[in-house]
Design a binder for this molecule. Structure first.
Ligand SMILES: C[S@@+](CC[C@H](N)C(=O)[O-])C[C@H]1O[C@@H](n2cnc3c(N)ncnc32)[C@H](O)[C@@H]1O
Length: 380
């Protein structure tokens, strides 16, 4: 048991997969509550979790959790927390908030009050009249759910959640978030000795995330995090976490991922992104219209794809044809596993086969389903 409480936040539907990731990183007692996966750790776990988690949105440092039925109670209990242990004299801190099914429902009022309580505590501690707010960034979140307030600080950084890996300089329209693409691969139970194919790869996110998983490259090795500026999270902890992560990289396994798209421009962007991510040797990109695919390139492959959702008039017919084609070519091949994420509710009908499993997810704010068709496994 560590001496600080941390929480990984995930988007709806990915809680179990983030919990699995935390368990794999060695955190045994993970408690899931309302999209937050709580775990105990030490300060060193802030870099470790941020650098290694693939599917979580961000990692929060939980400062306190308490019942708050009045503004006075919220102020007093927030004031009591050890803010001076974390926020430096020159710290810039902003407070974000949300309140669901609670007596204190006015989010702006709660935010203002929490800000006031923290300022008071810090001004008293540092013996100043006001905080200059010129230094590192601390984003505090006050979230109240059924009258229980959780006060936390965002260790990842408010502007750039964990989805931001740093490799995707360019993207095509409607790209998947990197965290979501990684989750789709993890939910498919793809292993690096199997062929993976995304025939509508756009900017290549699914293929690149799969390659990172296959190579065991931690997703956060090449980006910055807000808590890198905090004096309490020492530079050596970040270095240590990166060294540990680099030791685990597998450059030797042969990984075969195929990714294609009808758009030449998309393929060019995807290739550049794969080079930037350092996994271009794992992925074969090519331009191909799904409508011209005759048969799968091999047996026992895994198809993971994100077809267009089609917001323009007339597009839905073309998309229905794409779904049908995927069903005819891959759906009927029992050796292939198929995983398709789409917001289009008629997908199963157009694909022609009922999914073995369907999982509700959110791609940003869009409600989507992840249709899963389990293929036969190759004989050992
Ligand atoms: C929703 S986007 C995929 C986004 C991708 N997952 C990413 O993260 O960037 C759908 C992609 O399907 C491609 N597409 C549309 N019709 C196609 C077709 N007939 N054959 C192949 N690709 C097609 C589009 O060019 C687009 O890149």
């Amino acid at each position: 048991m560590g001496n600080i409480k941390l929480a990984a936040i995930s988007s709806f539907g990915l809680e179990a997969i983030v919990k699995r990731e935390l368990n794999d990183l060695g955190y045994e007692n993970v408690n899931t509550d309302n999209g937050w996966m709580y775990f105990d750790g030490d300060v060193e776990d802030i870099p470790k979790a941020n650098i290694n988690l693939r599917c979580a949105d961000r990692v929060m440092l939980v400062m306190g959790q308490f019942e708050a039925l009045s503004f006075e109670e919220l102020f007093d209990k927030t004031y009591e927390l050890p803010w001076e242990d974390w926020i430096s004299k020159d710290g810039i801190f902003t407070v974000k908030g949300k309140s669901v099914k609670s007596k204190l429902y006015s989010t702006p009022d709660c935010q203002a009050l929490v800000k006031k309580a923290i300022s008071k505590k810090l001004c008293e501690h540092y013996d100043v009249e006001w905080m200059p707010e010129t230094g590192p960034e601390y984003t505090v979140l006050i979230s109240i759910h059924k009258d229980i307030a959780t006060v936390s600080i965002d260790t990842t950084g408010a502007r750039e959640g964990l989805f931001k890996r740093g490799y995707r300089e360019n993207s095509t329209i409607a790209p998947l978030k990197e965290t979501m693409a990684a989750a789709l691969v993890m939910l498919s139970y793809w292993k690096k000795d199997r062929i993976l194919y995304d025939p509508m790869c756009g900017s290549g996110t699914i293929a690149i995330e799969a390659a990172l998983i296959g190579r065991n490259i931690a997703p956060g090795l090449n980006r910055k995090f807000a808590s890198m500026q905090w004096s309490k999270v020492k530079e050596e902890y970040w270095k240590e976490a990166k060294i540990e992560a680099r030791k685990k990289i597998d450059l030797d396994s042969e990984i075969k991922i195929y990714a294609s798209d009808v758009s030449e421009k998309a393929i060019k962007i995807a290739q550049e992104n794969a080079i930037e991510a350092g996994v271009d040797d794992c992925i074969e990109f090519f331009v191909k219209d799904v409508m011209t695919i005759q048969k799968p390139m091999c047996e026992y492959g895994i198809l993971i794809t994100n077809p267009p959702y089609g917001e323009r008039i007339g597009e839905s017919e073309d998309i229905a044809k794409l779904h049908k084609k995927l069903g005819d070519v891959f759906g009927k091949d029992a050796t292939w596993s198929k995983y398709i994420i789409t917001a289009i509710e008629t997908f199963e009908k157009e694909f022609g086969i009922k999914a073995d499993k369907k999982r509700k997810l959110f791609n940003g704010n869009v409600k989507v389903d992840y249709y899963q068709y389990f293929g036969k496994r190759p004989e050992k």
